[in-house]
Ligand binder design. Sequence first.
Ligand code: NDP
Length: 476
Amino acid sequence: DLAQIGVTGLAVMGRNLARNLARNGYAVAVHNRSPERTRRLVDEFGHEGTFVASESMADFVASLARPRAVIIMVKAGGPTDAVIDELVPLLEEGDIVIDAGNAHFADTRRREQALRGHGLHFVGTGVSGGEEGALLGPSIMPGGSPESYRTLGPMFEKISAKVDGTPCCTHIGPDGAGHFVKMVHNGIEYADMQLIAEAYDLLRAGLGATPAEIADIFRTWNTGDLESFLIEITADVLGHVDNETGKAFVDIVLDQAEQKGTGRWTVQSALDLGVPITGIAEATFARSLSGHADQREAARAAFGTDRAAIEVTDRDQFVEDVRRALYASKIVAYAQGFDHIEAGSAEFGWDIDRGSLATIWRGGCIIRARFLNRIREAYDENPGLKSLMVAPYFAAAINDGVPSWRRVVMAAAEAGIPTPAFSSSLSYFDGLRAERLPASLIQGLRDNFGAHTYRRTDRDGTFHVEWAGDKKEHTA
Ligand code: NDP
């Protein structure tokens, strides 16, 4: 019998995705460059469902029912192109090639266009949730043609995570939309994690709380507005004790954060689109800073590492201040991420529905959170929302948090605790709501040194002052 869907690339992600499909009753063709992985999958998990194993790509393709649907789950970049090149000559018009790896959306756009030329559908698909999600139900973000989604949608929705019975999978938009949205998802994940890390640092360094105590604080936070996967696992990680030394786990881990690049891609894209995603950018740069060991050592030698304790008169109040600052900053980071998606959607003609995106991020993915229900509601109420921050629920949460936010950022600055994401989010908030920004001075300077012209507040037109001469204003 022919398989309904195929998976090539059976490392941890591909294997688990194939098992998920098989467990859901689909006959799954499986293939991997080195056949041992394929054999191991069938040996270990063959009993979970119907797997049709092939050693060659030609046999793999021949084992699929038409229109064929092939999921590629290999290392992003060159390996993905290599697999596509091998596949394409074996496929026929109307077949569907799905790239479920973490591709850059520009690569996906290029590949989609190339495969369209061969009469094939290319579906760049974001998959979030790590290996556990792939097996038990990820959040799935497919791009590509609406036609391909008619074939894939039912399968993907079936294997995705569900929240209140709703699948965490929807057609995001054409060509690279799925990978773009997955990229921004990862960027938001960076911001979320940085904010959590700053909150921890404030409680640890500022309050002198132990990791175990902070784990309890996060556990409590996870029962309220902040309820989310990342807050939950923060409590687990902070509560963990190193088996070898008996010390708090967080104290034996080298403090240099790594990255695979999706945060950087997000920031690069935001710069191209002119969207200020300061939370994601600060989070990405904070990871870079942490990795510059030599510079950090030189700075410690030059300036010392002293920090003052935060004067806390009411411990509970301080903890609540940090919680509110975290929540307000998180709203800013998500607002910026959704702005980025809106800008990408407009630039590339994707027509992305931000409300349904919030819906499919409620489960399966790393940023899953109660909060996303609120985001969906906000876009349901007003699809053209200018910023998530101004939706009534979020505006109220921010207003509630502002005094706490300011106290926390001031305390951190006084004590010398770095809070790039908390601080920049507060600045973003104050910047957006400012009656007048000093951008007027920037314009003046630009006109002075480069005759870049400026507009006036009181009448239309473009103007320039003869700075070097009579200082008269001219219409430019
Ligand atoms: P890896 O990224 O480690 O890739 C290993 C797989 O790629 C193996 O099957 C390997 O085959 C195959 N491969 C590498 N080079 C080639 C090539 N030139 N030709 C054919 N096959 C090749 O696997 P993961 O399972 O970790 O991730 C797969 C994809 O999923 C990646 O794009 C990743 O970014 C993405 N992803 C990963 C997540 C995670 O949590 N790990 C989460 C979401 C997405 P062989 O066995 O023969 O070496």
